[in-house]
Design a protein around this ligand. Structure first.
Ligand code: GDD
Ligand code: MG
Length: 363
């Protein structure tokens, strides 16, 4: 089975994490976000992946090479300018089989995609869309169906007034017949959500009810939700086994003797932890982070190579790679600090702040 993964969005809502790397390569619990999707597809026998990329594509390729995906062939199809979700797949048409999967690359999920493909083949649909229930569909594609699971309406980012009871949304996982691409003009920006799905006749487009974990990773809040869910093993991942004994995944060689560490926590190799520091639950330290003495990290996500002075407090925040935080500084809940930013000693980064990559925040 073949899959096209759409990874060419700019990831605007995840800035500043996405200012210096493409969204799919942003690490989520120490593995590129997109690797969770590749692992999931691999588990269902997908061996041929076309990665549709645009913005900062080289970084994505390097991150995936590093992550190691043996047994899966990944090809990259680049756009010089964003062509939209459907335009991007049209652009990759020469590589595509008669029937293939299309996936939004910013989703973390584990549903049974083999069952979706089976249903697609059984119904003879030209397009089958996985649907999931959500409380508020206004940030998604709302999908309405008839009793035979055929799609009668597709409303992208609907107004609250148009939302029915028990709404289901487009999960961003499609099975398509290649001839659906005949509806799209080559080289022109087009989206499945606006230009294709609403125009397919009801008898050709079906819904598949996906069951199990599903999350769109588009915002820092949802990135933190995903981090917690992975640490809670709400879905199967490379971490599940590592966290099995006591909820701690600490690489050998990391000296934790002088600290208080509360599970579930992940600490990668090359981290140094100062005496008297407390690493509270749902904290993730990526490779080579240096934590000073008497620090307090609570639900903190530190990407590769961050350095914290003594007495630093970080609560429910994300630090991009190589962030430096001076002694006694505080990073409050909901903040996101971009790659290589410097927080000066004693500074306070208020709740919900964004510090740009490479910026300096003074005390
Ligand atoms: N190659 C390429 N080119 N990829 C793109 C482009 C493009 O021009 N534009 C977007 N993408 C990719 C994004 O990187 C992302 O992985 C996926 O397509 C969806 O785009 P988003 O920008 O994240 O859309 P959204 O989250 O607002 O809405 C979409 O996803 C929801 C589920 O998460 C829609 O498909 C909704 O209908 C859906 O409910
Ligand atoms: Mg999205």
């Amino acid at each position: 089975m073949q899959a096209v993964i759409l990874s060419g969005g700019q990831g605007t809502r995840l800035r500043p994490l996405t200012s210096t790397m493409p969204k799919p390569s942003v690490p989520l619990v120490n593995r590129p976000m997109i690797s969770y999707m590749v692992d999931w597809l691999h588990g269902y026998g997908v061996r041929d992946i076309v990665m549709s990329v645009g913005f900062l594509a080289d970084g994505l390729r390097a991150a995936l090479d590093d992550a190691g995906h043996d047994g899966v062939e990944i090809r990259y199809v680049e756009e010089h300018e964003p062509l939209g979700t459907a335009g991007a797949v049209k652009h990759a048409q020469q590589f595509l089989d008669e029937r293939f999967l299309v996936l939004n690359g910013d989703v973390l999920t584990a549903f049974d995609i083999a069952a979706e493909i089976d249903q697609h083949d059984r119904t003879g649909a030209r397009a089958t869309l996985a649907l999931v229930p959500v409380d508020d569909p206004t940030a998604y594609g709302l999908v309405l169906t008839d009793e035979q699971s055929r799609i009668t309406d597709f409303l992208e980012k609907p107004a609250a007034a148009d939302v029915p009871d028990n709404p289901r949304i487009n999960a961003g996982a499609y099975v398509l017949q290649r001839d659906v691409l005949d509806m799209i003009e080559p080289g022109v920006n087009a989206s499945f959500e606006h230009d294709v799905f609403p125009h397919l006749p009801t008898e050709e487009i079906y819904a598949f009810d996906a069951e199990g974990y599903w999350l769109d990773l588009g915002t820092p809040e949802r990135y933190m939700d995903a981090t917690r869910d992975l640490l809670d093993r709400k879905l199967d991942s490379w971490l599940a086994e590592r966290l099995m004994a006591g909820g701690l995944a600490i690489e050998p060689g990391v000296d934790t003797a002088g600290c208080q560490i509360e599970p579930p926590t992940v600490i990668a190799e090359g981290c140094e932890l100062g005496d008297g520091s407390r690493i509270a639950a749902y904290t993730v330290l990526s490779h080579g982070c240096h934590i000073g003495e008497n620090c307090e990290l609570d639900r903190a996500v530190l990407q590769r190579g961050c350095t914290l002075g003594d007495g630093v407090r970080v609560t429910n925040a994300i630090l991009g790679p190589g962030v430096q935080i001076g002694a006694g500084a505080t990073v409050c809940t909901g903040s996101v600090i971009g790659e290589g930013a410097v927080i000066e000693p004693g500074a306070t980064i208020g709740a919900g702040s964004r510090v740009e990559a490479g910026a300096t925040a003074a005390a």
